[in-house]
Design a protein around this ligand. Structure first.
Ligand SMILES: [Zn+2]
Length: 377
């Protein structure tokens, strides 16, 4: 029965520590969980591979050729989770009514368990189209897994997938777009001096206020711009502030890092101008400090256009309204590789929180919807 299988796979996935090692000292990487999934596909008699993307960081993939058509459907889940700090028993799946508690249950090992159950079904039933099951590492940090999948695995497929379904939690709705993000780091350099003789130094912390007030001003402006119909407004926030060396020393350095969440409709030039405004505000501030800025990292937003396949899926699911996801997801990287990509996964609560749970009935619902989509071809 699919219900007991979904619970069994989810509890085994949760039981394996797959905390992203870049986010927490408790992380051991995704090798063990990738091997567990790989052995499941092997047992079913499917062609399955493990890719070691970096030391102990693994993807696993399985391809099943279609019986009626060579069209390829890509399914994807990330197998890393965020940290387990302050959780009582993060690796033991606990059931309370419809809720299944555990680290990664909702974001997004449930999606991985659903893929494993779909593989069970299509091991004994004909799959009309080709299916690619993919499980990637590191989505919660830099997505080295998805980058590797796009550059090393997807080109080996007989044809480019006509649709990618990323099984992130979407509360049973089709997620058709999501935001992107960029991280910026501003460095202010001054000169250290004795706290009693500020005139001998250059204070690097005071000018931070000009950066912060400019960021505040830009953020307020963003909130007044026309909202994206599904994603709302672009936002930004300061993430980390560092600076100074002692209470009694004029600070020689200050660093401010901020994050900008971007919309599909936004021009990168506009975002670059904002960065320049922040730098200008600091350079124009009183004092002889120096200022520089670096973009540390960025990931694009994704907006997928409705096509016949997405329409077909929306005819199958109960809630036909498309959803915009506030979070970033690996789907943006598949979309960049010309694979129209959507998100679809179960409902629950507590992604990245201590009380993470996924709804069991919703998992069953998502499994059935995906199975129906595949069988509809
Ligand atoms: Zn996720």
């Amino acid at each position: 029965m699919v219900e007991s299988k979904l619970i069994e796979y989810l509890s085994e996935l949760v039981a394996i520590n797959s905390v992203n090692p870049n986010l927490s000292d408790q992380g051991q990487g995704e090798k063990e969980i990738a091997e567990y999934i790989h052995s499941h596909f092997k047992k079913l008699g499917f062609d399955s591979h493990i890719f070691e993307v970096a030391k102990d960081r693994c993807n696993t993939t399985s391809f099943i050729a279609g019986k009626k058509s060579s069209m390829v459907l890509l399914m994807n889940g990330h197998i890393d989770t965020v940290g387990i700090e302050d959780m009582d028993s993060p690796f033991i799946l606990r059931q309370d009514g419809d809720r299944l508690y555990g680290r990664g249950a909702y974001d997004m090992l449930a999606g991985c368990a659903i893929q494993m159950c779909l593989a069970d079904f299509f091991a004994v039933n004909e799959n009309p189209i080709s299916l690619v099951f993919t499980f990637v590492c590191d989505e919660e940090d830099k997505s080295i897994g998805m980058d590797h999948l796009v550059s090393h695995f997807l080109p080996t497929l007989p044809t480019r997938p006509f649709l990618g379904i990323f099984m992130e939690p979407t509360e049973d709705q089709i997620g058709i777009c999501h935001k992107g993000y960029a991280w910026y780091q501003l460095k202010i350099s001054g000169v250290a001096a004795h706290g009693s003789r500020p005139e001998e130094g250059v204070n690097a912390i005071f000018p931070l206020q000009y950066a912060l007030s400019k960021l505040d001003e830009i953020n307020t402006r963003l909130s007044t711009e026309e909202a994206h119909p599904l994603l709302g407004h672009a936002t930004l926030h300061p993430g980390i502030i560092q600076g100074g060396s002692a209470y009694s020393v004029i600070a020689a350095d200050a660093i401010l890092t901020w994050e900008r969440r971007t919309l599909p409709s936004e021009n990168p030039k506009k975002i670059q101008q904002e960065v320049e405004q922040v730098v200008a505000a600091v350079s124009d501030a009183p004092g002889n400090h120096e200022v520089s800025v670096t973009q540390l990292f960025n990931r694009p937003p994704n907006q997928t256009r409705e096509d016949e396949h997405i329409k077909r899926f929306s005819n199958i699911v109960k809630d036909k309204s498309y959803k915009g996801m506030s979070y970033w997801a690996d789907s943006a990287l598949a979309a960049k590789a010309d694979i129209p990509s959507i998100l679809f996964g179960p409902s629950g609560h507590g992604a990245h929180a201590v009380d993470e749970w996924v709804s069991k009935s919703s998992m069953i619902y998502c499994y059935n919807s995906l199975k129906d989509l595949i069988l509809s071809y």
